[in-house]
Design a protein around this ligand. Sequence first.
Ligand code: BGC
Length: 932
Amino acid sequence: MRAAPPLQNMSVPSLASLALALSIVASLALAPVQPALAREANELSVVSLTTNARSSPLGIDSEDVSLAWSLGAQVRGAGQRAYEVRVGARPGGAQTWASGKVNSEQQVDIRLPSAIRLQPATRYYWQVRVWDRLGRPSPWSRPAWFETGLIGPSDWGGAAWIGAAADEAGEPRPLMRRELQLRKPVRQARLYATAQGIYQMWINGQAVGDQFLAPGWTDYRQRLQVQTYDVTGLLRSGGNVIGAALADGWFRGKVGLGWSAVYGRELALKAKLRVTYADGSTEDFGTDERWRSRPGPYVRADLQDGEHYDARRLPAGWNGPGAGDGAWQAVVLRPDTAARLVPQPDEPIRATEVRPAQARLPAGAGGFIYDVGQNVVGVARVKLSGRAGQTVTLRYAEELYRRGDRQGQLYTENFRSAAVIDSYTFSRDETVVYQPRFTQHGFRYIEVTGLDEAPALADVQAVVLGSDLPAVGELRLSHPMLDQLVRNIRWGERGNFLSIPTDTPARDERLGWTGDIAVFAPTASRLHDTRAFLSKWMDDVRDAQRSDGNIPAVVPQPGKAFDETGVGWSDAFITVPYAVWRATGDTRILRRNWAAMRRFYDFTHASATADGNLLEEGRSSWFSGDWLNLEGVDRLHEHRLIATAYFADNTRMMAEMGEALGEAEQARAWYGLAERIREAFVQAYRQADGRLELGTQTIYAMALGMGLIKAGADREATGAHFVAKLAADHHHLKTGFLGTPWLLPALSGIGRDDLAMRLLLNEDYPSWGFEVRMGATTMWERWDSIRADGEFGPVEMNSFNHYAYGAVGDWMFQHLGGLQMLEPGYKRSRIAPLVSHPAVSHGKASIRTPYGLLASEWRRAADGLHLIVDIPVGTEAEIELPCAELAAAREGRHVASHAAGVRHASWSDGTLHLKVQSGHYEFQVAGSVAVE
Ligand code: BGC
């Protein structure tokens, strides 16, 4: 890593002479000088410590523990020169590991040496101290912790798989309970639990944890996730009751296209309560034959169809002490599973927001429809008043019919075979708050029927459920449609990141389509810290990898369909970890998957070279080619070009990742190969006049966006054909899933930001803006999911919450927010917002990177251009501003080129280029910006 020079106290030539000397092309390298005052104290503070990309994770695996921290500083240009980490069983201890002083700038993916064996079910504390660039040590940070979960089969001793005696899909789902006595005061307690099915547990009547739909979706034949809960506060000395409810979830319920019982027919629970008493002794209570069960109130419970809760079937006080379980039956012990039990590595599904209904709409006979104003994923929470035996029904929809006889009614046909209905039966005359527990819907509208009176608006809410990834990115734009588009993209991610990244959360599909996340991962990783979530999904992909190295189209692979592989889909195994690593600089996701990624890459390589050339024309399947594009060309013909483009780009990505992992020689070989594939592509598919074979927008966008046509006359000629093609298409996009992400980057790459903006700003079909104009609050699956006349697109496959086309968010962050990443994790970034387009006068973007907050806010105003930036400690940025001359830009009270922290300044062709160190800067360029 390049060490940045210390802070400057600059002495430079006079401004007038500078302006003269630099009037055409200016370049000024500013000499580093020593700081004016050598302060005693280290200028750095360690501001956030994470383990495996999470803060203080409870219940992680003991292998592959990776630490990171970010730094704060009051001064510009601060950075770390060295670090020291200590890990121990007590805060301040180093019994487990002491790194010693390591001379390195590295702050991310500091790996615990693999020789260190961590104990299961143990909390470890760790601290770091850092040396600043003047070699001064900081104090030790406040301790952070992580806690290991149960690791190997032996840790589960005393806990068996248990199920209910009567457990058929038609039976009400079982409740289970066990009473236990704690004879000594409790110091601490943990509950470890998992299920074949989904579960919720209670201790003494109180719900355990705040997660939903645990244990989440994995291929249960191979891997089951275990949740760890801190239940210290729920236990008491003496009698306690532990209760559980089980439902079908992904294990036995409907997944994919309505397939049932994919993983098994019998629900089962496995849990272990470990109590540590005040005297230090421990006692374990595992699921065993002492547990009792009976059918509960969940008469029906399915993720796709919904749930029916019959309150008459709920035994009063069943999960609290003193209820007695005479009427309960002994549980049955279920056979062990061959699946590995692993601590859940990512954020649980939680209720991340509760949104009140905004409007009550007239509905058909006896019903009331509530609009929560946003297409969300989750369930309703409704306050209902009813009589004993009365049943209330909730139905959901993403859209209402917009025309015809059914105008104003729920449009549910696009859910296909998913019933999407919840119901509640009252046990007595009363008012209750009902929130379904064992299901999940995609909806904006909730219809309530079966009540005499309409619930008040305030009594109907949407509980938003989703994997609770940390939100790290913000992008706000002064253009209302674009601003709404960013919100829609974010909602697409929130809704579809539910244990796995899905295609759609609403209809009967909800599968981990690899192609969708392959194109969306870069955008997702700007909005959220995707490291833990997508790394968990990569574990799923490894489990699904075929023996030839190839990857099926949906992961987890339920073994029912979609086990073919395809270009752009299977390639998620390269593009997803690449996107996560680029966004964060965290190499953990690469290390964990590298061997398997190489097997996949080698597979694609072998199929490309089988006939002695470098054209990857094999591995096609029915969804290869540019899915859902509007060109009307033969997809399988287009597929051949796309496949070779992917092969070149995969090779480049493998080279970069290999380099990051220290495989320099292999990386060099891949860089060379990528170049040869590029040449083969040009040779095979580029005509002498620059035209590309087939000439679709997708082919131009990929070839130019991926850099397959080299800069110079060739690129100009091909670029001109691309521009002509767009003109022929009346400046409207025609791309599908694979082409869309490259469209605007390719235009920017040939210097046509104006055309990129033109496509982005369109508000008629087909365009992103059209969706917004038609009232979309999430991203649609098709460009015509709703048509201009209000009719819906093809009902057999139409979702209003499909994030693939949200991949445009990546370009928007870079060009309208101005945040471009030059080195992984924004270790080096470029801030160059597009400030001259008349449609947008103000943009504000920020990303909380592992190094800290990277932010840019720009505004075109009467007195000139304002740009405020924050560059994280330990990183540097290049800044580009339109500017009439070098001296016209100021930072605070100084000429920008002379401001503290500015390492280099140059000016050419109306643009000021600055290289700046970390810190907060406020730039101002006098004079009006030429708006084009
Ligand atoms: C899914 C997609 C997926 C596609 C594959 C659709 O049914 O919803 O998002 O990528 O099939 O061709």
